[in-house]
Design a protein around this ligand. Structure first.
Ligand SMILES: [Fe+2]
Ligand SMILES: [Fe+2]
Length: 146
């Protein structure tokens, strides 16, 4: 379960930063909100890049399909990126109501996305990828930079 473990840990790390930013914004600490949001968005975008450039292609090559679950995940990444942009805008204008309401949408979207990956896609990767492919994909993901 090396893929599941590594990727799930990253989801949790992003969740923590996201919650930190939300709490800071709710209490009007915009400097802290900005710092935590930046960490959240950088970590999330880097995580997406690991999936899109390394994990998904490895899964697609193994299963011979790029039109299944990975296509849905890629589409949801675009939705998350759109919300990151909107959150950044609300943060910049220090619009607490807008920020917190966007947080709600983001939380629902990310929870559903992450759950699908953790319960289905990562589990499938751990099941179908040969051990050496899992090792090499993991090593390549660790080297991905934004
Ligand atoms: Fe993803
Ligand atoms: Fe993910």
């Amino acid at each position: 379960m090396i893929i599941s473990q590594y990727m799930t840990k990253e989801h949790r790390g992003c969740d923590t930063k996201f919650a930190e930013a939300e709490q800071a914004a709710a209490s009007g600490d915009w400097a802290k909100a900005e710092e935590a949001f930046l960490a959240f968005s950088n970590d999330t975008l880097k995580h997406f890049k690991k999936e899109e450039e390394e994990l998904f292609p490895a899964f697609e090559a193994q299963t011979g399909s790029s039109e299944g679950p990975t296509q849905v995940m890629r589409y949801e990444h675009e939705q998350v990126k759109g919300l990151i942009g909107k959150l950044a805008g609300a943060l910049e204008s220090q619009d607490k109501d807008a920020y917190l309401s966007l947080c709600e949408s983001m939380m629902i979207l990310l929870q559903q996305h992450n759950m699908k990956e953790e319960q289905m896609l990562y589990a499938m990767c751990d099941r179908v990828l040969p051990p050496e492919t899992k090792e090499s994909t993991l090593e390549k993901m660790k080297k991905v930079e934004l």
